[in-house]
Design a protein around this ligand. Structure first.
Ligand code: SAH
Length: 353
């Protein structure tokens, strides 16, 4: 009987373990071997079966016939003067995706991609400008964390944010098992409170995340406090209007964060602050103000530093908790989608070549 090899990196740890146990029973091997291999997927990753030298050589050969551990190819590694690093990976079909590693004191936050490209076309976002290519598989999302752990010296995540390319809630099928891999003690063992899924407000995804028993965090890209403006910046608002997004955030059983990118003269006036604060109060959200990363969508100016502080104060005066996100990796175009854009061009250039 010939069956295609099983990709162990596409499976949640419990499922990978089950598949390994079946194989080891057939091989006439003790079951502790399954746990040895399991540890080498994520906990103490090995690049391939051959590197699992704790296993007998003959067994490694059998594993190669039965299972695969696909790698992502690291194409570009860029380091910022602030310590932020940006990685561009090439996938088996030639797609490119980005991962950003952001050190901050004891923390190392990875910003991971969940899709190649994005269908949502937010006006200020570089990924939005390139259009949607495809969903990533589990091994391509969790694989970003694995690949950095395989570097010499390894780069290990303490925190994960789904704020790279793509809309995670439009790829929940792969994101959900990936969350298990990130959080499980047989995976990366990262605490659920240190894992944040960021969404434009895809309602079924918010509900699905809320149904998970772990305390994963939810961030919602709000960016405008009313439908008229939000519609202009985020076409997805037609499908998921603000009132429904706020209601879903209120129903979510954990504290949510609003992300609000500051666009000069567009969404940064006093009236916007008042309106935003009332939206945040309605679902007890914490507001994170994001300085616009240059090089995203064209035609927007960042709000001046002082004006962002002013805006934060207006929100705070309304009794809502607010923080200003520090921009990191400015010199390496580390915002969503920017490295890929540099490498292969925006969509318009792509379709003409
Ligand atoms: N699709 C998800 C996650 C990916 S984007 C989402 O939209 O939430 C992660 C965050 O980066 C979002 O809040 C997005 O709006 C923001 N972002 C995109 N382009 C940006 C830019 N040029 N400057 C600052 N933030 C940006």
């Amino acid at each position: 009987m010939t069956t295609s090899p099983v990709n162990l990196l596409d499976l949640a740890p419990a499922d990978a373990r089950a598949a390994l146990l079946v194989a080891f029973a057939e091989f006439g091997q003790p079951s502790y071997r399954a746990d040895q291999v399991l540890r080498r997927l994520w906990v103490n990753p090995a690049p391939d079966f051959d590197a699992m030298t704790e296993l007998p050589a003959a067994l490694r050969v059998k594993l190669v016939e039965r299972f695969i551990l696909p790698r992502l190819t690291l194409a570009i590694r860029q380091s910022s003067t602030d310590g932020t690093e940006k990685f561009l990976f090439t996938l088996a079909d030639g797609q490119s995706i980005e991962t950003v590693a952001i050190p901050d004191g004891d923390r190392m936050t990875f910003c991971v991609s969940s899709q190649a490209g994005c269908a949502l076309a937010c006006a200020f976002c570089a990924t939005g400008a390139m259009g949607f290519q495809r969903n990533l598989a589990v091994h391509e999302i969790a694989g970003q964390v694995r690949e950095l752990a395989l570097l010499d010296p390894p780069v290990k995540a303490t925190n994960i944010v789904f704020m790279g390319m793509g809309e995670p809630m439009m790829n929940w099928k792969a994101v959900s098992p990936t969350l298990t891999i990130l959080n499980s003690s047989d995976g990366f063992g990262i605490g659920a409170r240190h894992i944040t899924v960021s969404t434009v407000g895809v309602l079924p995804g918010i509900i699905a995340l809320g149904e998970r028993p772990e305390q994963f965090r939810l961030a919602i890209s709000i960016h405008a406090p009313n439908d008229t403006l939000r519609q202009q910046l985020m076409p997805v608002n037609t499908k998921y209007p603000l009132a429904e997004v706020i209601a879903a955030a209120a129903a979510f059983d954990r504290r949510v964060t609003f992300e609000y990118v500051m666009l000069g003269g567009v969404n940064d006036r006093r009236a916007h602050a008042t309106e935003l604060a009332s939206r945040a109060r309605a679902c007890k959200a914490f507001v994170n103000l994001i300085p616009l990363h240059p090089g995203g969508g064209l035609g927007f100016d960042p709000t001046a530093r002082d004006s962002i502080h002013q805006f934060a104060n207006w929100i705070r005066d309304e009794g809502v908790e607010v923080a200003i996100r520090r921009s990191r990796g400015l010199d390496i175009s580390a915002a969503c989608g920017q490295l890929r854009v540099e490498k292969i061009g925006r969509r318009r250039e792509l379709t003409t070549t």
